[in-house]
Design a protein around this ligand. Structure first.
Ligand SMILES: [Zn+2]
Ligand SMILES: [Zn+2]
Length: 111
């Protein structure tokens, strides 16, 4: 279900999170908690494979929200890459995600 984390390019070149943190217990716990809440499902397209958890407010600019479950959303690799490709340089995806999502569990994101 999750993308392989041995490969440093598992996010297809999107480097939000350093490798060191990506392998930390805290990060893996955060990812699993977000994934469980999202029922291990891409919140855009409903896929269950090649999933990542995207930081709604970026890892870089919002260090205090790095491990906040509210700040994570489960996406598949394809949707995640598309999101970043369409919104380069964005550090707060709240409004973008609220527009995107037809959808399911999150209703409206508010962090
Ligand atoms: Zn998807
Ligand atoms: Zn992301």
């Amino acid at each position: 279900m999750w993308m392989k984390e041995k490969n440093p390019r598992w996010e297809g070149g999107i480097t939000e999170v350093s490798d060191k943190i990506r392998h930390s217990d805290e990060y893996i716990k955060w990812r699993n908690a977000c994934g469980t809440r999202d029922k291990i499902t891409c919140q855009f397209c409903g896929k269950h494979k090649q999933l990542v958890v995207h930081h709604i407010k970026t890892f870089k600019k919002y260090p205090e929200l790095r491990f906040s479950v509210k700040n994570g959303i489960t996406l598949c690799r394809a949707c995640h890459m598309k999101l970043h490709a369409e919104h380069r340089g964005v550090h707060d995806f709240t409004n973008i995600l609220n527009d995107y999502m037809p959808n399911i569990l999150h209703k409206k994101i508010k962090i």
